[in-house]
Design a protein around this ligand. Sequence first.
Ligand code: SF4
Length: 449
Amino acid sequence: MSGGKVRVAFHTLGCKLNYTETSTIARSLDTGKYEKVSYDEPADIYVINTCTVTGAADRKCRQAIRKAARQSPNAKIVVMGCFAQLRSEEAAALEGVRLILGNQEKFHLAGYLDELSANPENVSAVPGTEISDVASGPIVHSCESMERSSFISSFSMGDRTRAFMKVQDGCDYHCSYCTIPLARGASRNQPVAECVREARVIADRGIREIVLTGINTGDFGKSTGESLHELLQQLIKVDGIERYRISSIEPNLLTSGIIELTAASDKLMPHFHIPLQSGCNETLARMRRRYRRELFEEKVAEIKKVMPHASIGADVIAGFPGESEEEFRSTYEFLENIDLSYLHAFTYSPRINTPAALMKPVVKSSDATQRSHLLQDLSGKMALRFALSNRGERERVLWESRNSNGLISGFTDNYIRVTTPSQEVEEGWITDVMLTEPDKNGGFIVTDL
Ligand code: SF4
């Protein structure tokens, strides 16, 4: 406690959606009672919003919990989110963990913390109800309801230039490697009108860019009889927001209407992140993805035809069960010959209760890691090639915060990082910049503005 206030520290792992949700949950705490401190400082309560997308993500959750327990041995640790939802017993066994909240329950954190502070040893199952005896371990609240009607909205307000807005949650797909539908439930979204209202709130705070996030963002509208295309049509009418990006969209959900609207609007950024996962059709079939590589290729060509400078990134998984050398080569060659700007390469790791975890043959972990490194190298080449193709162009940059060396960075519409030592620009400004010579990472350092 400091000055009578309870010190609470938040830590988030995983995707942008999780960060967005932490931001909303942290805002819900009464600042008269709680003082928010950094996760690196001593605290009375640590709230860790977790991820379980890969084995590495699980490892990071355990490390984060142990770090909190080491730092403040008397602190109460709250573990919430996907790892909490799917691996609650494992979380409960870790030192210092007092409360475990699933993906819906975490939004009631303020209520749970009120009871936790009033009753140092106990917390009730549901805020406002009878206190449970938790002498034998932490309380676990998970999977309350993740039905289509249970969408809980969120948006981040962390920095002054860009906000992340959750428009969709859950997933109805059954990709054979993915545990997320178990952790996040059915696909659901908030209505277009509600998204527009939130965008206005974000605009009123002076934020210029919104990134639309979700688990399967392209599925937006399924639970309200609307569509992502309609959402974009309405959002671009909101005054004050200059830029929108879609965090990620499945290739089979990226419609021609969305591509055309993006090309026609200067508020929709020419930047698409499209999960490919494999460039080999046999591997895609085992992954139970809903497209063949030809569809992905068509989408990239369709975008480039109307927006030649669009940035297109892709997720790729290396070492999926049964991925032979030949299959990997097929993926690699496919990627080499397609006009992408970057890759996010992941090494496959089996997730419990997924069909892929039982598939054979398993790829040797050293081979999977080596393939992942090859994809990362390829991503570097793509980024440089993309930057060179933009050399000599004038691009709009939204400037973000200045670092301790006095440099300020921002992104172009097509998602190229630009850095300058110039004092002529400030955070939140959008200015035109001439892209002269790229650095080796595919960014640009500009001295004259
Ligand atoms: S689309 Fe597939 S990979 Fe993505 S969240 Fe849904 S099941 Fe998982």
